[in-house]
Design a protein around this ligand. Structure first.
Ligand SMILES: Cc1cc2nc3c(=O)[nH]c(=O)nc-3n(C[C@H](O)[C@H](O)[C@H](O)COP(=O)(O)OP(=O)(O)OC[C@H]3O[C@@H](n4cnc5c(N)ncnc54)[C@H](O)[C@@H]3O)c2cc1C
Length: 420
């Protein structure tokens, strides 16, 4: 029988490639008729990178992403609050990547087509409904736009990787309700500009309510970077936020007033915003942790299972880890409810903890604390908050989310390398 996967995002494609590695038959059903490189920058943490390297994707990752060397936190005046190395430079066995989400998705998609052929993905069909059969289940495929039935597919299990607006999650957990909105909107864009802070540094400036994240996702020649930026701004509660649509256009004028005087000696933020061709907006939302991700022969995976605030660079990484564990359990325990339950037991607790840690601002909490103690800036950061206190903010998040160097380096890889 075949494992049916709804959604060819980062998690669904990784699951397909992992099942192929283990010789488990699968089929991906994707709502969009033709995948395009949508989205902006995301970060991949070292444990997720190891899994992609195990899939034989090291060289390809290097062509679409940049290895991140540092993360630096600044107050709204551009003064450094905290800085630490990332990836290999921090002592992890694997790097961290800053990467364009659409570039990563297209790379996974192309690899899947090369390895498994075009039949592995059925595009332009939505999964909203299914029926149990004596052998497994039958999934109803519908047209994305008009909702009429296109076809039915039989499979052993359905793994829903259909993202933050998962139709399967809504059906399995109708009482789980709407997403939680933090009354923060995120405006995003990519622009090119001079390399800053060595060309491989992720920066987070400001405080909750007015925060600017900027990091390079690719080089443009020797001196310039393609810089992905996110402006998080708290907005009035009555603002329209409900459209969780990654292709909703925003306006430069929505962002510029908040950051107009954030011209730092290491980055000219207003110039970066002004040089951005197109800006998109998206609400900062998460969903409450679920008491289970599995119902019989159906499981949720990736954002469908655990959408979280995009703080601490965990969203895509956790989807990749979910996919690897799911593939391993399906291969080891057979394509049925037992494997899905085992996946749920392994993954749900730790990932639900990350959702909660991100609600406490994750590692960005250091910025809020410093802003409260020194709202007008500082001469000497150590006099405002000691080095140990600042380090503790970062360490607390790593411990809560299993991201310490020791924990990650000690974990064995989930499946092991692909044989090519
Ligand atoms: C267009 C887009 C742009 C994004 N841009 C960013 C970004 O800039 N920064 C960021 O941090 N995160 C972004 N994300 C979210 C990010 O990809 C995820 O947080 C993370 O990678 C986990 O991925 P996922 O595979 O679980 O979900 P997603 O990457 O969201 O993928 C879900 C997939 O399921 C498909 N789908 C949805 N419903 C159905 C259905 N009923 N049947 C079949 N298929 C369905 C969708 O078309 C999509 O391809 C974006 C997601 C999307 C879809």
């Amino acid at each position: 029988m075949t494992v049916l996967i709804s959604g060819a995002g980062i998690a669904g494609l990784t699951l397909g490639l992992s099942l192929h590695q283990l010789g488990v038959p699968f089929r991906i059903i994707e709502a969009i008729a033709e995948l395009r490189p949508l989205g902006f920058g995301i970060n991949l943490q070292p444990h997720a990178v190891r899994e992609l390297y195990d899939l034989g994707l090291e060289e390809k990752l290097d062509t679409v992403g940049l290895k991140t060397e540092r993360i630096c936190y600044f107050n709204a005046k551009g003064q450094e609050v905290w800085s630490e190395p990332r990836g290999i430079d921090a002592g992890y066995d694997y790097p961290q990547y800053s990467i364009h989400r659409g570039g990563l998705q297209m790379m996974l998609h192309e690899t899947l087509l090369e390895r498994c052929g075009a039949r592995a993905i059925l595009a332009g069909a939505k999964v909203n409904e299914w029926f149990e059969t004596p052998q497994g289940l039958e999934v109803v495929l519908t047209d994305r736009q008009y909702g009429f039935e296109i076809d039915r597919l039989r499979g052993s299990v359905l793994v829903a990787c259909d993202g933050v607006r998962s139709a399967t999650r809504a059906k399995l957990f109708p009482e789980a309700g709407a997403p939680n909105w933090r009354k923060t909107m995120m405006w995003r864009g990519v622009a090119h500009g001079p390399k800053f802070l060595g060309g491989r540094t992720m920066t987070i400036s400001g405080t909750k309510g007015a925060k600017f994240v900027a990091y390079p996702i690719a080089n443009k020649g020797r001196t310039q970077s393609y810089i992905h930026w996110i402006a998080d701004i708290d907005v009035a509660p009555e603002r329209d936020w409900d459209a969780q649509d990654w292709s909703r256009r925003g306006r430069i004028d929505d962002v510029m007033p908040t950051f107009a005087d954030w011209k730092f000696d290491w980055l000219d933020i207003p110039a970066l915003i002004a040089g951005t061709e197109a800006v998109w907006e998206y609400p900062m939302i998460d969903r409450d942790p679920l008491p289970g991700w599995v119902d019989g022969r159906i499981a949720l995976l990736g954002d469908a299972a655990h959408p979280m605030y995009p703080i601490g660079s965990n969203g895509a990484s956790q989807g990749i880890l979910d996919a690897r564990v799911m593939a391993r359990e399906l291969s080891a325990l057979g394509e049925g409810a037992e494997a899905l339950q085992s996946y749920d037991r392994i993954r749900r607790g730790p990932v639900n903890d990350i959702i909660l840690a991100n609600r406490e601002q994750g590692p960005d909490a250091v910025l809020d604390e410093v802003a409260e103690r020194a709202p007008g800036g500082f001469e000497d950061i150590d006099a405002v908050m000691s080095l140990d206190e600042r380090r503790a903010c970062s360490d607390r998040y790593k411990e809560a989310t299993g991201l310490t160097v020791e924990a990650i380096n000690a974990q064995p890889s989930i499946i092991g390398p692909v044989m090519v």
